[in-house]
Design a protein. Structure first.
Length: 409
C-alpha cells in the first residue's frame, strides 16, 4: 500500500488542481507530490506547510495578483508553480465586458494553463499561439503542454457574439440599426454588422525565468524604467472608394502600407510614454492626424484637409507608487466627408515591476495597430493588429471589437 502511494505521488505532476473565485476571495489547491510548500503573493510570504491548499481573503477586484507556490525538499526549492489572476467582479463593465472578466494564467514546467470567465452567450473560442491557430474550444479554458521552458509565448483568444445578446446599453436599438445598415450596404451583410468581436491577448514570458524560486527573484528584482505605447489607425489600400455615392469626392488617398510600427502613412497616431526613472514619473502624450486627400471619379485631385486632433484626449490614472495608467479616448472624423469618426477607447495600467493590463474597444475600421516597448529600447512589440472591415464599418450602428491584453513575466 505504501509503495503504491509513493508511485502515485511520483507519477503525479506538480500542478494546480482547482481554482475557486468568489467575490473578494480566492482559493486554490495543487497536487500533493510530497515535501512542504511555500505560497507567496506579490512577493510576500503568506503560507508554509504540508497541506496542498491556500485561501486568500485579501483579494479585491480591479487588479492582477501574482501567486507563487514552491515545493521544498531537504531545505531546497525543487519545483515552482506561478499563478496570475484577478478578483471576481459582481458588477461588470458595461462599456467593455472584457475589462472586468477574470483571466487566470497558470505556469508550471509541464504546462501553461489559461482560463477565463465565460462571456455571456459566447459558444466557442478560437485559440492562437504566436499568431498560429491551434484549435476552437467550447469551454472557457485551454491547457498547452507542448511547451519549451526556455521560450516566451503569446496566446490570443477570439470569440464572437450577436449584438442583440449584448448587455451593452442601447444594445437592442443598435442591433436593429446594424441589421438595417447591413441590408442597405451590399458590400457588407446583416450578420457581419451585428456581430461583436472579443479578443484577449496574454503575453507569457520565458517559463524558466517565471519559475525561479522566490529567493532568487528577490535577489534580482526587475524594474522597468519606461513604458512606451503607440496606437495607430491607417488605411491599408492605396485608394479608398467613398461609401457615399452622392459625393463628388469619389476616392480618398489611402496610406498604402501594411502593419508597421514605424509606418509613415496613417490616419491618426498616438504615442504615450511613462518614465518611471525620471523625476515625477512623467506621462507624456503626443497625437498626430494624417492629411485627408480627395479625388474625383478619374482619381484627379480635388481637395485636401487635416482633421482636428481635439477629439483625442488622455487622462492619467495613478493607483499607487510604481503603478500608473491612463484613460485614452479617440474620435476623429474625415474633414472632407460627412462620415462617422474613427472611435476607440483604451484603459491601461503599467507597473514598474514589469506587468501591464490594457483593455479597449474600437470600430472595426480602418486598420488598428497597437505596439509596446518595455524599457528604454526602441523595439516595438505588437500587441494587437486588426484589419479594417471597410469604411462602412465606422458607422455608430456597427458592433464594436472589444480587446484586452496583459502580460505574465
Amino acid at each position: 500500500m505504501l509503495q503504491n502511494r509513493r508511485e502515485e505521488a511520483f507519477q503525479m505532476l506538480f500542478e494546480i488542481k482547482t481554482v475557486t473565485h468568489q467575490p473578494d476571495q480566492i482559493s486554490f489547491t495543487w497536487n500533493d507530490v510530497g515535501g512542504f510548500y511555500n505560497v507567496y503573493k506579490d512577493g510576500k510570504h503568506l503560507y508554509e506547510g504540508s497541506v496542498p491548499e491556500f485561501q486568500d481573503d485579501e483579494f479585491k477586484s480591479g487588479k492582477l495578483y501574482h501567486y507563487f507556490i514552491e515545493r521544498v525538499e531537504n531545505n531546497q526549492v525543487v519545483d515552482v508553480i506561478a499563478l496570475q489572476t484577478s478578483a471576481f467582479a459582481e458588477e461588470k463593465n458595461i462599456e467593455n465586458p472584457l475589462q472586468s472578466l477574470v483571466m487566470t494564467t497558470i505556469v508550471a514546467k509541464t504546462q501553461i494553463a489559461l482560463s477565463w470567465e465565460k462571456i455571456k452567450d459566447v459558444e466557442a473560442y478560437d485559440i492562437y499561439r504566436d499568431g498560429e491557430f491551434i484549435e476552437t474550444v467550447d469551454t472557457n479554458r485551454y491547457i498547452d503542454r507542448n511547451i519549451d521552458v526556455d521560450k516566451p509565448y503569446v496566446y490570443l483568444i477570439r470569440s464572437r457574439r450577436s449584438l442583440r445578446k449584448s448587455g451593452e446599453r442601447m444594445a437592442s436599438m443598435k442591433s436593429v440599426l446594424s441589421n438595417v445598415f447591413g441590408a442597405l450596404n451590399p458590400a457588407t451583410s446583416q450578420s457581419e454588422t451585428a456581430i461583436e468581436t472579443f479578443t484577449t491577448v496574454k503575453l507569457v514570458g520565458t517559463l524558466s525565468k517565471i519559475l525561479q524560486p522566490m529567493n532568487e527573484r528577490i535577489q534580482e528584482p526587475e524594474t522597468v524604467d519606461q513604458w512606451k505605447l503607440r496606437y495607430t489607425t491607417f488605411l491599408a489600400d492605396e485608394w479608398v472608394r467613398n461609401p457615399n455615392p452622392l459625393s463628388l469626392n469619389h476616392f480618398f488617398k489611402g496610406d498604402n502600407r501594411d502593419f508597421d510600427p514605424n509606418g509613415e502613412g496613417f490616419r491618426t497616431r498616438v504615442n504615450i510614454v511613462l518614465a518611471y526613472d525620471e523625476k515625477g514619473e512623467p506621462l507624456t502624450f503626443t497625437k498626430e492626424v494624417g492629411p485627408s486627400i480627395a479625388y474625383d471619379h478619374l482619381k484627379r485631385f480635388r481637395e485636401q484637409a487635416k482633421a482636428s486632433a481635439d477629439g483625442i484626449s488622455l487622462k492619467r490614472t495613478d493607483h499607487k507608487k510604481g503603478e500608473s495608467g491612463f484613460y485614452l479616448t479617440h474620435s476623429v472624423g474625415n474633414p472632407l466627408a460627412a462620415a462617422p469618426s474613427i472611435d476607440y477607447e483604451v484603459t491601461a495600467v503599467f507597473k514598474r515591476q514589469g506587468t501591464f493590463d490594457m483593455a479597449g474597444y474600437f470600430d472595426p475600421a480602418p486598420h488598428h495597430e497597437i505596439y509596446l516597448v518595455k524599457g528604454r529600447g526602441d523595439r516595438w512589440r505588437p500587441i494587437l493588429q486588426v484589419e479594417s472591415r471597410g469604411l462602412a464599418f465606422m458607422s455608430d450602428a456597427i458592433a464594436y471589437h472589444y480587446w484586452r491584453c496583459s502580460n505574465f513575466e
